[in-house]
Design a protein. Sequence first.
Length: 276
Amino acid sequence: MKHQVIDIKVDYKAAGLEGSAEPKLYTYIIDHSPEMDYHKKRPAIVICPGGGYAMTSDREAEPIALRFNALGFQAFVLRYSVNQVIFPGALLELSKAVSIVRENAKEWDIDPEKIVVCGFSAGGHLAASLGVFWNRDFVTKPLGFANQENKPNGMILSYPVITSGEFAHVGSLKNLLKDKYDTDPELLSLVSLEKQVSQDTPPAFIWHTFDDAVVPVENALVLAAEMKKQNIPFELHILPKGIHGLSLATMETGFYQESCCGWPDMAARWVREMLG
C-alpha cells in the first residue's frame, strides 16, 4: 500500500476568495503483486467525508477508502477546508484533487476515464458540486484548467445534501456560505444543485434512507428527478431504515444497519457496469 499525504495547492485569491487553508489528499494505492493480475488499470475513488461543512468525519474517510481498496479501487481521501474559505473554496480543492489523480494515473495504475467522486452528507454536496460545476469558468479559470482534467466520470452520493430549497440542511449551507447565506439569494440558489444539472453532469449512484431525520430523503429524490429530465443515468436506492451518517453501516463505523451495509458492493458493481 502506498500511503502518501499530498498538499492541495489552490490560489484562493484568483477565485476572489479571502482566507487560506491547507487541504490534504490522502492516498490508498494498492501495490503490484506477482500473485495477482495487475495488468489492467483500476478505477479510482476520491472520497469527501461529511461533517456539515464544519469538519470532515473520520468515520467517512479511511474506512471507506479501505473498503473500496478491497473492491479493487485505488482510493483517495480529501480533507477539504471547512470554515477557512467559503464556497467555492472546497470545490476548487476537490477539482484540483481529481486533476492530481488523473495526472498520476499511469504511475498509480488508474484508468483516467474511471475516476469517481464519492461524498457523504455535506461531502455529498461537495462531490455533486464538482459533478455539476466541473466545467464552469469559476472552477476552471482559477485552476488554469482547459482539458477536462478535473472532470469526474461518475459520482457516488451517500445521503447527500443537495438542495437549498424546502428540504435543505440549513446548517451545512450556512457553514458553506457564511454571511452570504442571508445576503446573497443568487448564490444560495446556485448551490441548490438540483437546479444545476446539465448534459455535462456525470452519472450517479445515489443512496439514502427513508427515515433520515437530518438530511431529508427528498435531497436524493430531487437530484434524481432532475437527472432523469436530462436523461443522465443514475442508480437510486432508498433504504427503509437507517439514521443519518451511517458510513459503511457496520459496527466498525459506529452504526450497524443490515439493510444498508451492502451499498459499497452495489456501488462498485455500478461503476463496473457504467464505466466498463
